[in-house]
Design a protein around this ligand. Sequence first.
Ligand code: AMP
Length: 422
Amino acid sequence: MERRNVEPFKWGRRLAAPVKVLRLQDGDFAGKRVLVRVDFNVPLNRGRVADDTRIRAALPTLDHLRAAGAKVILLSHLGRPKGQRVPEASLQPVAKHMTKKLGIETAFASDCIGPEAERQVHALQDGEVLLLENVRYHSQETEGDDGFARQLASLGDCYVNDAFGTAHRAHASTTGIAHHLPAYAGLLIEKELRALGDALDEPARPFTAILGGAKVSDKITVIERLLEKSDQIVIGGGMAFTFLKAMGHDVGKSLVEEDKLDLATELMARAKAAGVDLLLPEDVEEAKEFSPTAPHRAVKVDRMHPDWMGLDIGPLAMERFAEVIASSGTVLWNGPMGVFEWEPFQFGTRAVANALVDCHGTTVVGGGDSAAAAKKFKITDQVTHVSTGGGASLEYLEGKELPGIAALEAAAKNHAGAPSVA
Ligand code: AMP
């Protein structure tokens, strides 16, 4: 395969270790068999795709490659079949959905390696698309087995990783193939890295991080990292109660991580020392029990009932948080403000979502539950970026290396250092 000398693109110019990868625009894909790792881990309902957000997120890359004349071979996982051919985890419904609903004629091979996959790849014409069966039907995928990666790599001339949602996993199809073929970042990965990287690295100020969700323990590293980068940290959701208790409030039966009280105190002290405003709710919506039909009411945090539990932020907190968000230069949101799945306790999360829309700055939603909330409250198209990767975006925000990205970086280094060969 022809190799052009291309200077890998860098994200995060001021980061200690900027990300350098090859992008689609650096490659010549005409007539090439291009293996594309996508994240088509979509919810299915009675054998049909119930939500095609992840498929749509990969379309810019597919369009680019098809327009460039590539033979596009798609690889993905679905669910956790653990090396078994579990019919419910088949990707066949995705191929049907792409063909029928998205207008992209997509062939399907019932295995991702072996004679049938080879035959179907061989039959592909330029611009055509083939989806291979679930890579996790083979246990070697999650084991990161190099022999399996080689078998997959033998089906293509080059590799594109566009599966940001699994970039935090070191699996054969997310990292292994990049060792054997010229490897490029797809447009979705490029967009994700740019949005998350720029928010962290060069935020327009004030930079506000909003953190929520159930547990402090899941977000400690993120909080620590954001203490160095942000101007304001807003904390809601279940995790707020550990901080409120650490401040001396009686939070009743609310979710509290007793073993994290000292840590919460320490984080608050560190925020103060760093000049970062750490905002907690001044009032909450408390409920008699953990149920969507429980009696509930808004109270100030110093008036909570000893037997009730906080399941959402209260109206004063909603107003204050919304003000802070709307006047920020950059907002990064990770985690709901309450039990937003239940109607009576969705208002705090909804208020944050709406405040993001009112913000004139850069607004980034960090995947997982926050992405689900963004969708529920229909703000997805009104923010700068909604990450497609819950776990991956959290690990990226924590400053961890994502193996999928690291493999692309390593491949880019080899590529740039290698002489041009025909
Ligand atoms: P996480 O996975 O840590 O982002 O947490 C998300 C979950 O936290 C959601 O399912 C919410 O229902 C839940 N959650 C948010 N606020 C609370 C709260 N105050 N008490 C209990 N669970 C909550």
